[in-house]
Design a protein around this ligand. Structure first.
Ligand code: MG
Length: 379
């Protein structure tokens, strides 16, 4: 983007921000929404939501029972596109930062939702960061435009939904009896993603194997290993346990160690914490053998699709992951899933208060709905 365009977009952001203070723009808190059908303008509404987790969820760095979340809607001529920002506490965004970001947006200036590149360029340039909030707008806009075309996005993009992969079901770090209970509960899933990195790695795998001796396993260390030789030894041990890949084995700063591990590891090494947006894919070339794309981190479907193209050009593997989230953002991500190698799109299965129905898991495989847009409807 050239400088003039950036300046224009920044100015547009300032104008939108001023308008927000006057209450003159098409966004509010979701209360007393008056959708003016047929006025040809887009309106944004949003509400805070709290995701309730079925189990206490533990990874290498923390535990929690809820996840803060924002639900957003873009209204246009009586049609509503739904979006979501799921905001786990270990990321810098939260519902308050998202609210401030939404209040700076003036979607009412656009009267053609099909101009997605222009609209999403504007959203991306209103303020730095705010990737999760930007993703929620991207998802809602895709849902809206897909509904206007009366087609799901996997069809618009030309994908074969039969190529959607199996999804893994995540087992967090926990006591042996809880790990075994969760593995039992995960019986319908053909692949399990096991969180490691808390010092009890082999016990975690052995406890899963007591219940599921033959299942494919993915492993996510969340940067929990520090020594590259120990990491390589574990990679060999995990290969013998029918593990398919290792995600973020060491902290993202240990680039040289990770590149060394990738060179010698018998299993693919997949970047997660190292990957946010397109430039991170470039930086991961030669360091990792695959990337984990998450809609919340990369600002949504538009950028995720571009990251897939770039990673394929580098002959890298592609995993799509998610936060604990509703079926809204999970079904959005699933629209891209026929184009990837591995899916870890179970975030909606980990919560007990999903307000939507969308993508399903049947025999462990993602089944994309034929509903238009991102394929969801409200329950
Ligand atoms: Mg991960």
């Amino acid at each position: 983007m050239n400088k003039d365009r950036r300046d224009f977009i920044k100015k547009a952001g300032v104008i939108a921000s001023s308008s927000a203070m006057l209450g003159a723009i098409g966004c509010d808190t979701g209360k007393n929404v008056n959708i003016n059908k047929g006025d040809g303008k887009m309106k944004l509404t949003f509400q805070k939501y709290e995701l309730k987790l079925k189990h206490v969820f533990t990874i290498a760095k923390n535990s929690r029972t809820t996840t803060p979340d924002m639900q957003v809607q873009i209204h246009y001529n009586g049609i509503t596109g739904y979006g979501e920002a799921a905001m786990p506490p270990y990321y810098p965004e939260n519902p308050d930062t998202a609210t401030k970001f939404y209040q700076k947006l003036d979607l009412g200036q656009f009267n053609d939702p099909f101009q997605m590149e222009t609209i999403l360029d504007y959203v991306d340039n209103v303020e730095e960061g705010n990737h999760f909030a930007k993703a929620s707008i991207d998802i809602a806009l895709h849902d809206l435009v897909g509904k206007l075309m009366n087609q799901p996005w996997y069809k618009i993009w030309g994908y074969d939904k039969e190529l959607a992969p199996e999804t893994s079901f995540t087992i967090g770090i926990d006591k042996p009896d809880v790990v075994q209970e969760k593995t039992l509960e995960a019986a319908p899933y053909k692949v399990l993603k096991i969180k490691l990195g808390a010092g009890n790695d082999k016990d975690m795998i052995k406890n899963v194997r007591k219940i599921a001796p033959d299942k494919k396993l993915y492993v996510d260390v969340n940067g929990g290993w520090k020594d590259r030789q120990e990491a390589l030894d574990m990679a060999h041990w995990l290969k013998d346990q029918n593990v398919i890949f290792i995600e973020q084995p060491m902290p993202k700063k240990q680039i040289d160690d990770i590149a060394w591990l990738t060179q010698y590891s018998p299993l693919p090494i997949v970047a997660d914490e190292s990957i946010h947006r397109i430039p991170d894919v470039l930086a991961s070339k030669g360091v990792y053998s695959g990337i984990n794309i998450k809609l919340m981190k990369c600002t949504g479907l538009r950028e995720a699709k571009k990251m897939i193209t770039l990673a394929r050009a580098f002959d890298m593997k592609i995993l799509m992951g998610c936060m604990t989230a509703t079926s809204c953002s999970i079904s959005a991500a699933a629209q891209l899933s026929p184009a990837i190698d591995w899916a870890d799109l179970d975030g909606n299965l980990l919560i007990s208060n999903d307000p939507y129905e969308g993508v399903k898991v049947v025999d462990g495989k993602l089944i994309l709905p034929d509903a238009p847009g991102i394929g969801i409807h409200k329950l």
